[in-house]
Ligand binder design. Structure first.
Ligand SMILES: NC(=O)c1ccc[n+]([C@@H]2O[C@H](COP(=O)([O-])OP(=O)(O)OC[C@H]3O[C@@H](n4cnc5c(N)ncnc54)[C@H](O)[C@@H]3O)[C@@H](O)[C@H]2O)c1
Length: 447
């Protein structure tokens, strides 16, 4: 057995005995739940992040991610299975390193892999034989081999023999209580045979089901395919919504009936536009990479166009309805947006269409406010700096009675929708919130 084979065998044995020390870089929506899952599976986990605020929270046993209960974080921390640091020199202590840093788009809507490459440079500082490094961030096919590997090989060590590289995409669904990290099947792949076996062994020890695929490029493509699938299907149902609106047909009724087909159909729902960190962004990672192959991605681009046009459609419907039912111009109206988060029951406004709605309404001269039980104040965002500091208006009869119209953009549970329809003259419902709750009111218009 060569020295390298011996190192691989040692790491495999350490993983199987849960003795391997696990490092997780980026303790956000993806990294923190993964850290907890690995710690609960019996590994000792060291988290790395550049945000000192998160360190303070972890030290105090406070969770800042909805999917991780305070008690779980506090227990793992107290038991010594989970700690966190901003000291990246400690990466050398870890046998398995998972990277969960952001992969956003640049201003020109191109992949911004700077977080991934900077993280690889940090790993490079202490890279040693026998370490397994796995990327979890969503990215285009080829990133692990073409971007990460060359940086790590600047060490003089060789990927696949000295150290091991893998890719295993995250499939978190924030707010979904039916699944947690450990119960969602995990795609795993390695750069080479030894790496593939190690990645499968590690995740196999942490989650219930692993799904090995033949290469890191395939695993990267799986993740993008899942998100492209959602973006395209949401665009389709958004387009159908507009067509059926013109025909006097209710898309919600259509989808409810169509989904009774036990095969060959899967329901997707229209809305005010795409939101969140994944669906509006990830498909463009593939679009960008496809250009290298001179291959157009027309479905993705078209889906992007349709979905991006939805907030404008909602505002146009509001303007028409205001004119028709109240004889009032949008520019002289007070409008309340209900729900700022991009989906229900989460405090996350990343890429939220509600922000776009707010911007469009302001542009058209309306007086706009929002109510969201999860978001007290609009934080700093890259695109909507001018909205920062606006605060959620209280949900009181006096406040509600001051608006001409409300747009239900996010259908959070626990909001008294009947009261809104009672006190606000016009309600634009983008989520079939009233239909799903069986509330009928004549002043509710679907859009
Ligand atoms: N949020 C989701 O539901 C979800 C689902 C699937 C995949 N993803 C993907 O997972 C990746 C991470 O997303 P997220 O939602 O967890 O993001 P996030 O913003 O919640 O977390 C990222 C964390 O990385 C930290 N960070 C930034 N730069 C760093 C650096 N150089 N070194 C160490 N830490 C650094 C940030 O402080 C933050 O805590 C992205 O690629 C995303 O596309 C996210």
């Amino acid at each position: 057995m060569s020295v390298q084979q011996e190192k691989a065998a040692q790491l495999l044995a350490a993983i199987e005995a849960k003795q391997a020390r696990v490092g997780i870089i980026g303790l956000g929506y993806v990294g923190l739940p993964l850290a907890m899952t690995a710690a609960r599976a019996g590994f000792t986990v060291l988290g790395f992040d550049i945000d000192p605020g998160k360190m303070a929270d972890i030290e105090a046993g406070r969770s800042y991610i909805d999917a991780v209960p305070h008690a779980v974080l506090a227990a793992e921390h107290a038991a010594g299975r989970f700690s966190a640091t901003t000291d990246f020199a400690r990466l050398g202590e870890c046998d398995v390193i998972a990277i969960c840093v952001p992969t956003p788009l640049t201003r020109h809507r191109e992949p911004d892999l700077s977080y991934v490459s900077n993280t690889c440079r940090q790993i490079l500082g202490t890279l040693r034989q026998g370490q397994l490094i796995v990327l979890e961030s969503t990215t285009y096919p080829g990133t692990t081999e073409e971007v990460m590997k060359p940086i790590l090989e600047e060490s003089g060590l060789v990927g696949g023999t000295d150290f091991y590289l893998g890719y295993s995409p995250e499939r978190e669904d924030p707010g979904n209580r039916d699944f947690e990290t450990s119960t969602i099947p995990k795609i795993v792949a390695g750069d080479g045979e030894a790496a593939a076996a190690l990645v499968a062994a590690f995740y196999g020890a942490v989650v219930k089901t692993v799904v090995p695929v033949s290469s890191t490029r395939t695993a990267e493509a799986v993740k993008l395919t899942e998100n492209v699938f959602r973006a395209v299907n949401i665009a389709l149902v958004n387009e159908l919504k507009i067509v059926y609106e013109k025909m006097g047909i209710d898309i919600w009724e259509v989808v409810a009936a169509a989904k009774t087909k036990p095969f060959g159909y899967m329901p997707f729902y229209p809305g005010p536009g795409l939101g969140g960190h994944c669906i509006p962004i990830d498909p463009f990672y593939l679009t960008w990479k496809s250009r290298e192959y001179d291959q157009p991605t027309r479905f993705i681009e078209l889906a992007g166009e349709i979905n991006t046009a939805m907030p404008r459609h909602v505002v146009d419907r509001l303007a028409e309805a205001l004119d028709r039912s109240l004889g009032k111009a949008l520019s002289r109206s007070r409008v309340l947006i209900l729900g700022l988060a991009y989906k229900k029951n989460v405090p996350d406004i990343r890429e939220s269409p509600s922000l776009k709605l707010m911007e469009l309404l302001i542009e058209r001269g309306a007086d706009v406010a929002y109510h969201d039980p999860f978001i007290e104040e609009v934080p700093r965002t890259r695109e909507y700096g001018h909205l920062k500091g606006r605060r959620s208006v209280p949900f009181t009869a006096e406040e509600l009675a001051g608006f001409d119209a409300a747009i239900v953009a996010t259908d959070h549970d626990g909001v008294d929708y009947a009261k809104i329809a009672e006190l606000v003259p016009l309600v634009i419902d983008t989520r079939n919130t009233y239909g799903f709750r069986g509330i009928t009111a004549e002043n509710v218009v679907k859009a």
